[in-house]
Ligand binder design. Structure first.
Ligand SMILES: [Zn+2]
Ligand SMILES: [Zn+2]
Length: 646
């Protein structure tokens, strides 16, 4: 067969790294059939270089291809997108003159945004029933490729869709529509084959959302929902969601008077009240102890720098849209989005010998990042937050020892809060700075640290930053939610940009390696996670109020204060209100105080106390000294639960 009469072939890369030769015009589905007819039939969608696409999409030479079937992790996403379409179809069946905006799947479900739609929570049940009917009717979901002109005609009554279309028209000559029954939508897909494939659906809430997330645009109506393969998965999800709502840090933060975020002070700018700052202070002290033991020196840098610094560090180029930038006279300044350049500038201000290294700087550094207003939420997404930041400047031969030390500190933190964790090593990406030698040396050392650490880890090939490999931690909270945790990031780039040097044993100048590390990450996110993890019932060492003394009657008030004085090494309060004991107990319980000391005539006569914990266990005739030494031990050992009565 000669070259000219064979169709041109291309190669796609499969997940196991092998290559598959296919015709140049092959689609995702064709590739699946090429692998095997069973897989071909089961194909729902595909991933091209990690991006989820319809199975009808053509592949291209060298692309990494993954086939998505109903067994894939991505399947839920595809099904939820189809569920979003069912929602829009249901809405249009029940309401006239609604304008459709966008309706994507999310990590937990889906939403669809509408304009000119007047609904409230009571209407959701009716819409849900309509969605169930659409699912029951089992419409085929059909994909159609349409020219821009034809799309314009079809979307004549949909101003938002037309706006999207005009953007697609700049790049493509055709767009795709997906239809089910009488309803269709401009949509890139992918979708399941028919509405009947959608398992169980639930509409969750209604919220306002700006068109394209921009507060200068119209506020639209967003309906959130979720979908699962079956009823029991949905039930599990709803239970977890309810548990998460019970633990919502915004509600608990308000009940315990920990923090507030107010309109007058600005969005995403948390204010810590005394109780909240008490917890934060304990968290700060804890890392400070770890930092001091590990030989860190504390430094302090201002909140604002001239943007010259951000030009030098490279943040200006890559980050300026997320920065707060302003002019003062002829100079431009910016609130710092990161602490690293300030620390690099401190290092640069000295000359160093190889014997001085490692240099370790620590700072509880406040940073500012301009997230979209619509994305701000409690302490989880904010404009101002504090990183328990640390930067090390080390010789390449010191990577292993230093990373080992940091890993010990991180695991110490996670174990202290009873958090199960996972680790991953992210290695060199295709585009990177730094020599082969330094990358190999660094990755080898990181791997040997991980091996020695003895905890399982994954290798995320090519997932490192362009400037260095990193170790990522993820941890799980009390209700099984997973969170991004601390990181250890090596950096070969910033030392170049800041021209950092030390004089080696050979009397020549050498580049140090920089390490960025945080044990909590951001205090805000960690605090939020802890509030939800403990449901506000902090361990004794963190609790804003550790002990509350409850006199049974006013007659015992004097004794109550004398007892409180015996615990003045703790955060102790006396409930001196004229109220019944039951009410005082209830209030201490609601305030999540770890221990209550109850004193009445009997205790006063014997010089003893009664102790009650938040599990409602109570013990009488306790010696003051005995309880105090228990409290000291419980606090200093940072036990996670009050355990005097356990
Ligand atoms: Zn869609
Ligand atoms: Zn840094």
């Amino acid at each position: 067969m000669s070259e000219s009469d064979s169709q041109q072939q291309i190669a796609v890369v499969l997940p196991d790294g092998s290559e598959l030769e296919v015709d140049a015009d092959a689609t995702v589905e064709d590739c699946a059939y090429e692998i095997g007819p069973g897989l071909g039939r089961d194909t729902v969608a595909g991933k091209l270089d990690g991006e989820l696409v319809a199975k009808e999409e053509p592949v291209y030479d060298g692309v990494e291809l993954e086939i998505v079937t109903d067994q894939s992790d991505e399947y839920l996403r595809v099904m939820r997108h189809s569920a979003a379409h069912c929602l829009a179809q249901a809405v249009e069946r029940h309401y006239d003159d609604v304008d459709l905006a966008i309706g994507p799947p999310t990590d937990e479900g889906f939403y669809y945004d509408f304009d000119n739609l007047d609904v409230d929570e009571e209407d959701l049940a009716e819409l849900e029933a309509e969605m169930e009917a659409i699912i029951e009717e089992d419409y085929d979901i059909e994909r159609e490729v349409v020219s821009i002109d034809e799309a314009e005609e079809r979307l004549a009554d949909e101003p938002y869709k037309l706006e999207l279309l005009s953007e697609f028209a700049e790049e493509d000559e055709t767009v795709t529509f997906y239809s089910q029954g009488e309803w269709e939508d401009l949509c890139a897909g992918p979708h399941v084959d028919s509405t009947g494939e959608i398992g169980a659906v639930k509409l969750l809430e209604i919220a306002g959302a700006y068109w394209r997330g921009d507060e200068d645009n119209t506020m639209q109506t967003r309906i959130y929902g979720t979908a699962f393969e079956d009823e029991s998965d949905l039930e599990d999800f709803l239970e977890r969601k309810q548990e998460a709502e019970k633990r919502d840090h915004r509600r608990i933060g308000n009940e315990m008077d920990l923090f507030s975020i107010q309109d007058v002070t600005g969005p995403g700018l948390p204010l810590y009240h005394p109780a909240g700052k008490t917890v934060l202070k304990e968290l700060e002290d804890f890392v400070e102890t770890l930092n001091k033991e590990a030989g860190y020196d504390y430094v302090e840098t201002p909140h604002v720098f001239k943007t010259d610094l951000w030009h030098q560090s490279g943040h200006y180029e890559n980050y300026q849209d997320d920065m707060f930038i302003f002019d003062v006279g002829d100079d431009e300044f910016g609130l710092k989005p990161m602490n690293c350049p300030g620390h690099a500038a401190i290092f640069q201000d000295h000359s160093w010998s190889y014997r001085d290294l490692p240099i370790r700087y620590a700072e509880n550094g406040k940073v500012y990042r301009k997230e979209q207003r619509g994305e701000l939420s409690g302490l989880s997404r904010v404009w101002a937050f504090t990183i328990d930041d640390g930067h090390l400047f080390i010789r390449p031969d010191q990577i292993k020892r230093e990373v080992e030390e940091i890993m010990d500190m991180i695991t110490d933190v996670l174990e202290t809060f009873d958090l199960e964790y996972e680790m991953a090593l992210a290695t060199r990406p295709e585009k990177s700075v730094g020599s082969d030698e330094i990358w190999e040396r660094a990755e080898d050392q990181l791997e040997s640290v991980l091996e020695a650490h003895g905890h399982e880890y994954e290798i995320e090939e090519g997932d490192g930053a362009f400037y260095g490999p990193k170790i990522d931690f993820a941890f799980e909270d009390a209700i099984g939610r997973s969170w991004d945790g601390p990181t250890v990031q090596l950096d070969f780039n910033m030392p170049e940009r800041f021209d950092l040097n030390y004089v080696g044993e050979d009397n020549e100048e050498h580049r140090p390696v920089m390490i960025h590390r945080a044990l909590y990450g951001s205090y805000e996110r960690f605090f939020m996670m802890l509030i939800e993890h403990y449901e506000g019932r902090f361990p004794l060492w963190l609790a804003p109020e550790q002990v509350r003394v409850l006199p049974i009657s006013d007659d015992n008030l004097g004794y109550a204060h004398r007892v409180a004085n015996e615990f003045d090494d703790f955060r102790v309060e006396v409930d001196g209100r004229d109220s019944t004991l039951e009410r005082k107990i209830r209030a201490a319980h609601d305030d999540r105080v770890p221990y209550q000391i109850i004193v009445g005539d009997n205790e006063e006569a014997d010089g003893t106390i009664s102790v009650r914990d938040r599990f409602e266990d109570q013990e009488y005739d306790v010696e003051i000294d005995e309880f105090r030494s228990h409290l000291e031990a419980e606090r200093d050992e940072q036990r996670t639960e009050p355990d005097f009565l356990q």
